[in-house]
Write a protein that binds this ligand. Structure first.
Ligand SMILES: C[S@@+](CC[C@H](N)C(=O)[O-])C[C@H]1O[C@@H](n2cnc3c(N)ncnc32)[C@H](O)[C@@H]1O
Length: 225
């Protein structure tokens, strides 16, 4: 009888430490992230995982332009988060959560659904000397969280996700929670209700040393009239 050749998924914490480089983010030298490079072999995390985890693209392996611009804004305008409870929704690498903590937020929570992202953001928070609570759950179907500000970096890249996120953010606004969005201008943004706060050139996603610069915007989401 032929034996099954199932391979255990590598532990994402060990994998990231061994195969990714801890490097400052070009547009945010205050923050270091474990970042992918051509030899990282990230596909191994997805291919070897028979539990169904890790099958998402490794969005967590790069700072996205929306997250990078929002993090830049929070570091430049620390009064936005100082002493406040902040939720980083769709945290990925944790770039926005880390910037919030560095800018003096009273408490920071990162919400993520990808266990590899959770490993990456855990290592990234440690590398940056900040404390962030992590919720490994899709909270977008639920009630507004007990926070003062929800910060969303680059989460409007798919229609269904954007609709769910927008409905959640509307419930947050109705509960008196401020909502900030960092985004390079993706198709599914709730455009009519966005107010521009700042715009910065940041590297596009991918090879962050050589990626082209792209203007990304920090918006506040306004309540529906
Ligand atoms: C494009 S990445 C952006 C990551 C980070 N905010 C940044 O700007 O670099 C989107 C992230 O959102 C996560 N995500 C997608 N749907 C989610 C949900 N319902 N709840 C929490 N995280 C989610 C994905 O796993 C992914 O890591």
């Amino acid at each position: 009888m032929k034996e099954a050749t199932l391979t255990r998924a590598p532990d994402p914490l060990d994998f990231i430490r061994a195969n990714m480089h801890l490097a400052p983010v070009p547009s945010l030298p205050e923050i270091q992230l474990y970042t992918a490079h051509p030899g990282s072999g990230l596909r191994r995390l997805a291919e070897q995982n028979e539990e169904g985890f890790g099958l998402q693209p490794p969005y967590w392996a790069y700072p996205w332009p929306g997250g990078a611009v929002l993090a830049r804004y929070l570091l430049d305008q620390p009064e936005t988060v100082a002493g406040r409870r902040v939720l980083d929704l769709g945290a990925g690498s944790g770039i926005v959560a880390i910037a919030s903590a560095k800018a003096g937020a009273g408490a920071v929570t990162a919400a993520e659904i990808d266990r590899n992202a959770v490993a990456a953001l855990t290592l990234n928070t440690l590398a940056n000397g900040v404390t962030v609570a992590v919720v490994v759950q899709d909270i977008t179907a639920g009630p507004p969280p007990a926070v003062d500000l929800v910060a969303v970096g680059d989460l409007f890249y798919e229609r269904a996700l954007a609709e769910r996120v927008t409905a959640f953010l509307d419930r947050c606004l109705a509960a008196g929670i401020e909502v900030l969005i960092g985004d390079p201008g993706r198709a599914y943004l709730p455009r009519p209700r966005l107010r521009t706060l700042a715009e910065y050139p940041v590297p596009d996603v991918g090879d962050i040393k050589n990626a082209p610069m792209k203007n990304s915007i920090v918006f506040s989401l306004e309540r529906a009239a």
